[in-house]
Design a binder for this molecule. Structure first.
Ligand SMILES: Nc1ncnc2c1ncn2[C@@H]1O[C@H](COP(=O)(O)OP(=O)(O)OP(=O)(O)O)[C@@H](O)[C@H]1O
Ligand SMILES: [Mg+2]
Length: 289
């Protein structure tokens, strides 16, 4: 894989507007996974907090709006056109599967949506903010506040407890230690790991590690979770469990879920399937209510 750079950066997140610092929310309800806030409520608070979202609070801003997105990689003078003009809109609360053959550009697209990387050309708005208007610190801030990212290979810190792994993104938001730990504890409870807080990744099963990674993605209370083959390294039972958590997150908390998968049963859980081929969207199909 060639994606270690941006993936590694994601774990650290970035500086963050202090959503809990003022306003109406108390720290206890601001961002825990089981705080049942609506997508719109979260939108309003983030709009106020960041000041960089280009729409008024309460307006229905797309989670992602991409127009003619390209991404080319340069390798020893040779250019690889991983994305060749992708346009799509993903709304708040959607559950989308991204499908396509190996090398078709799925991870490249996910990295752009997750603000881990920038497009070569085209326009990408994340929560209404055009990423081209942001410097690297601004992009990191948007990433930290807007999305949670789950990777196929978990990307946890190996010698750090589950609790501290999950609490880490909150460090970059300036959240104090005791609140970080409390929110991390709640996030881990939400994925069924209240009994594994002090375990290190090497002391956990693959399914447990991926649930820690999901808890880490959730601890900042993002409106979107991006998951790149989250079940790819899991057996079918653990894979089903992880998918159940993501599906519930979408159904109960209204978090938009965008996931890459090669598995038909996983894709069938999504209400929308975007098929990518040779760096282009080949088919965008919807089903269900
Ligand atoms: N950092 C990079 N440098 C150079 N080329 C890259 C880089 N990352 C990806 N590519 C190339 O871009 C194309 C798309 O890669 P990408 O990782 O997006 O594919 P994918 O659809 O996620 O595949 P898979 O299903 O195997 O994960 C591939 O041809 C790949 O070799
Ligand atoms: Mg990939």
């Amino acid at each position: 894989m060639t994606t270690d750079g941006p993936e590694a950066r994601d774990t650290a997140g970035g500086p963050e507007a202090h959503r809990t610092a003022g306003g109406t929310e108390t720290p206890g309800t601001a961002g825990g996974p089981e705080a049942h806030r609506t997508a719109d409520g979260a939108q309003a608070s983030e709009t106020e907090a960041s000041g960089s979202v280009g729409e008024t609070a309460g307006a229905r801003v797309a989670a992602f709006e991409a127009v003619d997105l390209t991404r080319s990689y340069r390798l020893e003078g040779v250019s690889v056109d991983a994305l060749r003009g992708v346009s799509l809109r993903i709304d708040q609360g959607e559950f989308v599967a991204i499908l396509g053959p190996s090398g078709s550009g799925k991870s490249t697209l996910m990295h752009l949506l997750g603000c881990l990387d920038r497009p070569t050309s085209g326009t990408l708005r994340v929560n209404g903010t055009d990423v081209a208007t942001l410097d690297d610190a601004g992009l990191a801030e948007l990433r930290n506040q807007a999305v949670g990212f789950v990777f196929q290979s978990f990307h946890l810190l190996g010698r750090t407890s589950a609790l501290e792994n999950v609490a880490l993104p909150l460090v970059y938001r300036g959240v104090g230690r005791s609140e970080r730990r409390e929110r991390a504890r709640r996030a881990l409870s939400a994925v069924g790991l209240a009994h594994r807080l002090d375990h290190r990744p090497s002391q956990m099963s693959g399914g447990e590690q991926q649930r820690v990674a999901i808890a880490r993605a959730l601890v900042g209370d993002p409106k979107v979770v991006l998951a790149d083959e989250p079940t790819g390294n899991l057996d079918s039972r653990n894979g089903q469990e992880v998918m159940g958590i993501l599906a519930e997150l979408n159904a109960v908390r209204g978090v938009a879920v965008v996931l890459v998968t090669h598995e038909r049963e996983v894709a069938d859980l999504a209400r929308r399937r975007i098929h990518v081929r040779d760096g282009l969207v080949e088919l965008d199909e919807r089903s269900g209510p």
